[in-house]
Ligand binder design. Structure first.
Ligand SMILES: Cc1cc2nc3c(=O)[nH]c(=O)nc-3n(C[C@H](O)[C@H](O)[C@H](O)COP(=O)(O)OP(=O)(O)OC[C@H]3O[C@@H](n4cnc5c(N)ncnc54)[C@H](O)[C@@H]3O)c2cc1C
Length: 390
């Protein structure tokens, strides 16, 4: 399907997914000479997941997490469709309904899929990993009048390591503001000994200290098996609750799992510098990619800050291949805000900066744990700016 233009050959680049990684890559590629870009998503819109916490806080409604993409249609082809199959050897993507897209280069950025079905009874739990559930959790918390609020993470990996801890600190803030914190026990379970361990023990211990400083009991090494009416069943014990919040298991979307590009854990291993998979010309970025942290031999956490950088890297490497321009390498560095309370006058956040490719181990720092008005305002500005610039 290559087409001769002005003496050169135009290459077809197909980008799957218009989330943070795919959209960034597509925008970086759009308008480059010798490249035709097609961006495919099941929605003709971009959903910015970091805003789910604002939906929970009541600052946004689910519709506010979306923004349209039609303004991009001058520079790239937008295709609304459900990706059904990625055929790496035939170099084509099949959409539900039977349409095919063939490609010279492919960027797979389909993110993660939630798997609540993996834990019996998990539909009883609230979470903030989609916009409507985040709103329902807000409503349930507003009706809650005290008791045991059990919060936690069911399985790793999941996207945005910090979000469940932000949600629990924001929950504590909500209850204090309503004057019912003394009537509530908040317990937070996690399937491993420490949360956010990969950036280093210091970061993990700062997170646990922030929770304990707000009277939230941290329950390490608790793997949720099932949920019954008012009872969470762990391998180790049963815990009764009045309200349950649990991050559902995450997995790669079906076409990714069945693409032949994944490892046993269902994510797509990539070269950590270029984001290219084992198949030449096929790249994976963002949450569906598996990037190895060199000093640990473990996967990089899943986060939008990395999805964005990886999207740029994949795009620049493709452009370099086609046009001989300069390539770029992913550096494993990133920063994110951790929100602990909300509201124009009461909102606070901290900031984590990390270098996951540092040697002999990743290095990271949390600035002003849970304490800074400035970081809260900067987080709000970052979200506003992202939605404006899409
Ligand atoms: C509550 C919460 C707070 C967060 N806060 C932060 C933060 O503060 N900072 C940060 O860095 N990260 C944050 N994140 C993480 C961040 O949102 C993700 O890491 C990021 O969205 C991953 O980008 P992606 O492009 O890989 O996938 P996504 O953004 O999930 O995009 C995937 C896209 O693929 C499309 N898609 C999937 N399957 C198909 C299919 N079969 N056919 C067609 N289209 C399909 C989807 O519609 C979607 O548009 C947060 C996440 C959550 C849930």
């Amino acid at each position: 399907m290559d087409e001769e233009v002005a003496g050169g050959v135009t290459k077809d680049v197909v980008v799957l997914g218009a989330g943070i990684g795919g959209l960034t890559a597509a925008k970086e590629l759009a308008g480059r000479g010798g490249i035709d870009v097609t961006l495919v998503d099941r929605h003709l819109a971009h959903e910015f997941r970091p805003l789910y916490l604002s939906v929970f806080a009541g600052k946004k409604e689910p519709a506010d997490t979306w923004t349209g993409l039609s303004h991009l249609s001058d520079d790239l082809s937008l295709v609304k469709g459900e990706v059904a199959e990625i055929d790496a050897s035939e170099r084509e993507v099949r959409l539900e309904g039977g349409d095919f897209l063939d490609f010279d280069y492919l960027i797979v950025a389909l993110g993660t899929e939630l798997g609540p079905d993996e834990i019996p009874g998990l539909e009883r739990a609230h979470h903030v990993y989609r916009a409507d559930p985040a709103k329902r959790y807000r409503e349930a918390l507003d009706e809650f009048d005290g008791g045991t609020l059990l919060m936690g993470v069911t399985r790793t990996p999941y996207t945005c390591s910090a979000a469940p801890f932000e949600a629990s600190l924001m929950t504590d803030f909500n209850l204090r503001r309503r004057g019912i914190r003394d009537e509530t026990d908040i317990k937070l379970f996690f399937p491993k000994e420490l949360p956010m361990r990969k950036p280093g023990r210091e970061v993990a211990e700062t997170v646990v200290k922030s929770l304990e400083g707000r009277g939230i009991e941290y329950l390490p090494s608790r793997k949720l098996q099932s949920v019954e009416e008012g009872v969470a069943v762990f391998r180790e014990e049963e815990i009764e609750f009045d309200l349950l919040f649990a991050v559902p298991p995450h997995r790669a979307p079906k076409p990714v799992r069945e693409s032949g590009l994944t490892d046993a854990g269902s994510w797509i291993p990539v070269d950590r510098g270029t984001m290219e998979t084992e198949v030449e010309g096929i790249y994976a970025v963002g949450d569906n990619a598996k990037v190895e942290i060199p000093s640990l031999g473990k996967p990089l956490p899943k986060a939008g800050m990395f999805a964005r950088k990886q999207g740029i890297v994949a795009a620049k490497n493709i452009t370099a291949d086609v046009n001989g321009t300069r390539a770029q390498r992913f550096d494993g560095k990133g920063s994110c805000f951790l929100e602990s309370s909300y509201g124009l006058l009461t909102g606070k956040a901290s900031m984590m900066t990390a270098d996951f490719f540092d040697e002999p181990r990743p290095s990271a720092k949390i600035r002003f744990p849970g304490n800074s008005r400035l970081y809260y305002l900067l987080k709000s500005a970052w979200e506003w700016n992202w939605m404006r610039e899409v």
